[in-house]
Design a protein around this ligand. Structure first.
Ligand SMILES: C[S@@+](CC[C@H](N)C(=O)[O-])C[C@H]1O[C@@H](n2cnc3c(N)ncnc32)[C@H](O)[C@@H]1O
Length: 282
């Protein structure tokens, strides 16, 4: 396993993922009852963009930093900008918050976050970040196994974020599908959010056909491409799959996607929001 998220922190894929994540958490907070977030592939939680890994790629410069400088109308993007500013009170973007930190910053006192991470030093850094936060539990271990071991959670309200590295894409798609099938069987009402990379569209069709057959009531796909999806070796864009998304979340994402595409747009940037399945009306 070679993947280090520090090389990619704050890139366009993180922006999409984290804009959607914060919208999901906001939606969960519409009710006073507490919720649980299981972050199966959590990373180290916080990335120093001036350190050697992030500087080498500079991916945040064309991702989060651009969004931070924009003046968006979409509430989902403004919420994300606010979170970045809270992590960088002196201005600029030196610290990029990963999914666990963004979640913890948005949570209330009785909400809970459970994080899994397999790389020992990433897990250690994450545990240190939350050492004094009684709401957050960090586990050094396999996030897919956590779906079997921990679902359904108590309370039975909340979200599972699945954000693997896709080092071998086909194998990871298989693992994600198995995890979703298991997770939905254990917790049919749970919200499941899955990030995946888009390189060549052809290689996604089989995965998406299998996703559409999963037993969730509603399945929403939100895609953001920064260039056409025909360059096999590049991260041309990415997507979030949302199973059982909260009510009206689609409208928030629909408002954010065009603004993000405009911000990142090389030639051929595009976006798509599509229901792969929709049973709930209203
Ligand atoms: C894309 S990064 C996660 C980024 C994080 N979710 C965020 O948004 O800030 C993927 C992480 O998953 C970890 N990982 C890989 N396989 C795993 C597994 N089976 N269980 C838990 N973590 C895993 C990697 O070490 C890496 O830190």
């Amino acid at each position: 396993m070679n993947y280090r998220h520090a090389f990619h922190a704050g890139n366009h894929a993180d922006v999409l993922k984290h804009v959607v994540l914060l919208a999901l958490i906001e939606a969960l907070q519409r009710k006073a009852t507490p919720f649980v977030v299981l972050d199966t592939h959590a990373g180290r939680g916080r990335y120093a963009l001036h350190d050697a890994s992030a500087r080498r790629t500079g991916e945040a410069d064309t991702g989060a930093l651009r969004v931070l400088g924009a003046k968006p109308e979409a509430i989902a993007i403004r919420r994300y900008q606010d979170a970045l500013r809270r992590c960088n009170p002196d201005g600029g973007l030196r610290i990029y918050p990963g999914s666990p930190l963004l979640t913890a910053m948005a949570m209330r006192d009785d909400d809970r976050l459970i994080c899994f991470e397999t790389q020992p030093d990433e897990a250690r850094a994450l545990a240190a970040l939350f050492a004094r936060d009684h709401r957050v539990h960090v586990q050094h271990g396999d996030g897919y196994a956590a779906i079997k071991a921990l679902l359904p959670p108590k309370p039975r309200r909340g979200l599972v974020l699945i954000d693997p590295p896709y080092e071998t894409q086909e194998a990871e798609f298989g693992a994600v599908l198995a995890a979703l099938a298991e997770g939905l069987q254990r917790w049919p009402q749970g919200i499941f959010a899955v990030w995946f990379p888009i390189k060549q569209r052809r290689s996604l069709q089989r995965f998406l056909r299998a996703v559409a057959l999963l037993p969730a009531k509603d399945i929403l796909l939100a895609e953001l491409l920064i260039r056409p999806d025909d360059t096999p070796l590049r991260l041309n864009g990415s997507a979030m799959l949302l199973l059982n998304p909260p009510w009206k979340l689609d409208a928030e994402i629909a408002a954010a996607l065009p603004a993000l595409a405009a911000e990142f747009g090389e030639t051929g940037a595009s976006h798509r929001l599509e229901w792969l399945r929709r049973e709930t009306t209203g």
